[in-house]
Write a protein that binds this ligand. Structure first.
Ligand SMILES: CC(C)(COP(=O)(O)OP(=O)(O)OC[C@H]1O[C@@H](n2cnc3c(N)ncnc32)[C@H](O)[C@@H]1OP(=O)(O)O)[C@@H](O)C(=O)NCCC(=O)NCCS
Length: 193
């Protein structure tokens, strides 16, 4: 378990599959993701099984505290982990849409970055985001990502071409101090890098 202030990241379980089917077949969510055809239970089961054996791909469930329990609201992952160049690609989805816009995305990204830089020893984390996904762009900027470039008209969606924005963050740019309003886990020693 990896703890943030309001979120915790845990391993994906087979019991999560029904939620994934609901999230990844929701057009409002899919619009922002690379996948473009309806997802079947069999595909989702294969994907979850493949996670168990992969060393270059780590997807974790994002949970938030609700009353006495924890609610699974989305997933965050480090993909294509390149151990030689110490780099990876980040992906996130908050599938429970009622949780959007409350800072959980940025906190989950920062919690994953902290793990990537301070535990896995990575030096660079990058991602791609569609130009119309203003919520995600803002979320990543809050978490410390910088815009690095544009893949012009790289996406065809809703009958039009769209730019795809490349973003990245380096270990040296990752601040151990949170952005205002974005707390760190309790009990953390702030003198540590
Ligand atoms: C993208 C996503 C992970 C962000 O998570 P989140 O919890 O909603 O994000 P946060 O609340 O941390 O940050 C969102 C920010 O965008 C802002 N925002 C929301 N809609 C916006 C818009 N139309 N224009 C500009 N900013 C917007 C919010 O106000 C917030 O900024 P603030 O904290 O300064 O007010 C989540 O919305 C999601 O999963 N979306 C669907 C899948 C997706 O897009 N995944 C990413 C693919 S690259």
């Amino acid at each position: 378990m990896i703890y943030g202030e309001r979120v915790r990241l845990r391993a994906i379980e087979r019991d999560d599959i029904p939620r994934f089917l609901r999230w990844f077949n929701d057009p409002e969510i899919r619009r922002h993701l690379t996948m473009f055809r309806p997802l079947s239970r069999a595909e989702e089961e294969r994907w979850v099984e493949s996670l168990l054996s992969r060393r270059d791909d780590m997807v974790l469930a994002i949970e938030v505290k609700e009353g006495d329990g924890w609610v699974h609201i989305g997933n965050v992952g480090l993909h294509r982990i390149d151990w030689k160049n110490r780099a990876a690609t980040l992906g996130i989805v908050i599938g429970e849409k009622s949780y959007w816009g409350q800072g959980y995305g940025a906190e989950a990204v920062r919690t994953m970055l902290r793990y990537a830089f301070l535990e896995l020893g990575l030096n660079r984390v990058e991602l791609e985001v569609f130009s119309f996904n203003l919520r995600a762009l803002r979320c990543y900027e809050k978490a410390g990502f910088k815009r690095e470039g544009v893949r012009r008209q790289a996406l065809f969606r809703d009958g039009k071409f769209h730019d795809v924005i490349l973003m990245g963050i380096l270990r040296s740019e990752f601040s151990p101090n949170p952005a205002p309003g974005l707390p760190w886990p309790k009990g953390r020693d702030e003198s540590e890098p």
